[in-house]
Design a protein around this ligand. Sequence first.
Ligand code: GCB
Length: 596
Amino acid sequence: MLRPQDTATRERRPLTGLWRFRLDRAGEGRSAEWFRRPLAQAQEMPVPASFNDVTADPAVRDHVGDVWYQTTMRVPRGWDGQRVVLHFESATHRATAWVNDTEVISHEGGYTPFEAEVTDLVQAGDEARITVVVNNTLSWQSIPPGVVEDTPEGKRLRYFHDFFNYAGIHRPVWLYTTGRCHLTDVTVVTALAGAHGSIEFRTEVSGSDGTDGPEVRVVLRDADGTEIATGRGASGTLTVANVHRWAPGDGYLYDLEIQLIGDAGELLDSYHQSVGVRTVAVDGTRFLINGEPFYFTGFGKHEDLAVIGKGHNDAFLVHDFELLKWIGANSFRTSHYPYAEAVLDYADRQGIVVIDETAAVGMNMGLGGGILGQQGYTTFSPETINERTRDGHAQAIRELVARDKNHPSVVLWSIANEPESHTEGAERYFKPLFELTGQLDPTRPVGFVNEVLASHGKCRVSQFGDVVMLNRYYGWYLHTGDLETAELAWEQELKGWAGEGKPIIITEYGADTYPGLHSLIPQPWSEEYQVELLDMNHRVFDRVDAVAGEQVWAFADFATASGIVRVGGNKKGVFTRDRQPKSAAHALRRRWRKAT
Ligand code: GCB
């Protein structure tokens, strides 16, 4: 699925702003067909945003079930004769949409796009009513999983991941046009040979009359807009002499314009694909970008902001990347779900490296939101996470790769965060998912993020990965407050992993830290302890050659479900939720800026 664009042949209108909104407390909206008329008893709700924290009403924040959104839009008069598509960048965790009285699409999964052609349902110059029911319930078959428990006070949603279950229309919604004959997909794969680069492209087209289809032409322009190569045919390879490589810290992009040309030479479609020419490979314990060893520095992040929750916000997008640069980070992981596409576009342009993760988080009944503790269920079983879950997980991987395959910033797929991975059930569950990811994208390494219950020697899933990704809380959940013991134990485990001969990326390490809390002899929760814990980790990493990267948990403090180990959310941020630095930010800046 291509992102909506304004081009010589395409036009798009955002459906952002205030929509009508209503909780469906009794779950009656679908049978009462609320989409047929203006939403009654509605309040206004911003799109994009999570709905949870916008109002002052706990019933909204903690609602479990359906919520309804509705807007109207006047279809531009000039769109007569065009193919019209309704496109959602995401709706969390599932949604069904109607245009006027007609259902047009349903989609499962909270962080990937979906769209429906609505040409026959709208009229250029007329208003169209767009209604969406969004559902935030999690089940054993959803990605991520969760359980709805019926209590005398109503439905309560229990989930096993450590961030608040924000929901709603988190990203922009678009109405856009194409001609009848249009491009439906493009894939680019780049390679380097000395000073030359090559761009292999493959296109897919729909809606053409003839058996031959339209002629496909491609034009490659450099960042100044100068044409440097052209090609013809649905697929092919372009060569770029003296290529300007995409590299960490140098987000140089070429523009590949794909044109569809009709029999009479008319332009049927034009679409622009950014291309960063770079290679990614794993060589023993080294992670290579453009053939050179790359060491990840940075964070696991969240899409998480006061009031707007997981809603995408351009000001914070730019600000967060400014902070990454300020601190000397060269990368981040989209923990624990695919982020808004605008984030990946920006990472491409900024030369920031991304580990791209699915929403498969919390598949581990030995943990509770990163914290050791039994959840009272069996992780993999016919009644819990089962083959149907795996089908959904496979679909989540397909949608992630389809969406993000052309981003040069994305160098590694993470297909799950901290699932149970020491059991036979886990091995059976994950093997086909690794195979699938490798087939979908043979150009990028694949991994998953391991947790300590499957420490070295116990994990039965890491055998399938190209890299080892470890989340470890030595000095926090393990050996709390005793950094000396933590250091020894951590080094011992890490040296075990190093023997596997794969690059090791430490995808999480850190300590909850209450900003402003100080202690002369560093104690857990103080700013000093966070600094010392990170220092201890760095000493260990620097002694193990196979370590190819360090990403601190977390970039910023974030909201979680309430619990006795969370103080107004998870406080492992190096920045506060409003992006002010804790002492650790300055310490990391000294380490990472020196290294680069
Ligand atoms: C983890 C999880 C992350 C949690 C973190 C913590 O291992 O991957 O989602 O937030 O630990 O702080 O406990």
